[in-house]
Design a protein around this ligand. Sequence first.
Ligand code: A2P
Length: 315
Amino acid sequence: MRYLEFKNGDRVASLGLGTWKSAPGEVYDAVRTAIKIGYRHIDCAAVYGNEAEIGKAFADAFKDGDVKREELWVTSKLWNTAHKKDDVRPALEQTLKDLQLDYLDLYLIHWPIAMKPGAGFPQSADDFLTLAEAPLEDTWQEMEAAQADGLVRHIGVSNFNIATIELIAQSAKVMPEMNQVEMHPFLPQHKLVNYCQSKGIHLTAYSPLGSSDRPRKQENEPSLMGHEVVKTIADAQGVTAAQVLLAWQVNRGVAVIPKSTNEGRLKQNLEAASIELSEDQMKHLNDLNESFRYIDGTIWTIEGSPYALEDLWEF
Ligand code: A2P
């Protein structure tokens, strides 16, 4: 296993378990199994609606001696409806309660987009708050306070581009330590990766396999696992296409969090972290860039929304 190291010497395993879309009734078993077979990095978020079930899995794993709290890395994320100064701490406390933990290893601002408390996913422009109404700098200050108070060990962001990182950097006491974004060979994010790494910000890749189990799919999405280049490298290495996609991430020095609730695929994905790809294979995968986003962000830009895709993404 490779690790990403933080400035204070803490390390996170490069390959973790994603829990977005892991259904209630399934995610408990997925987390218990993952921990038993060696996963030490679990990625969660309040909006996934399954933190209480994951918390039960953690509690039972600690009780049964599968893992110690200090051996496990747990990430969670602040939802868009809790960006206002007074709303950050209660949201974090709810997540800690649900996960049955007294601290998180990493807490991220989920999106650089603010919504009114109670709004859920946006139904109309009325559900949004503008950045002037809920400044990201204020939200970040509360993230820093949570870290200073020991509720979270590390703080970062998700779905931030260079501009939104620079916005909070202007007043930040602590720079974000992580940016979690969509990445795969169709969206390698070379520019954002170079920028973040030059600033000492680690990256985590979400939707590394294309998240084919998600709602709101686009028409005619390209298939990562079905791509000829990926399949050819898989055959040459004697591994699966999914493993090639995960190994590419680990080999380029970012973390990756494939979701699975299936024991065979959980094992396969963890094993991918030990696959070495050649320079040539890495180059072929790096060159597959199509600037294609499975998560296209249009949910945030409905009629009348104060947010635009040009402000959200790094192009
Ligand atoms: P399952 O949970 O049944 O294994 P992403 O991580 O990009 O969001 O993708 C998750 C999707 O990919 C899920 O549908 C998951 O299904 C599937 N998946 C996870 N691991 C593999 C694998 N090794 N091979 C094929 N499909 C996989």
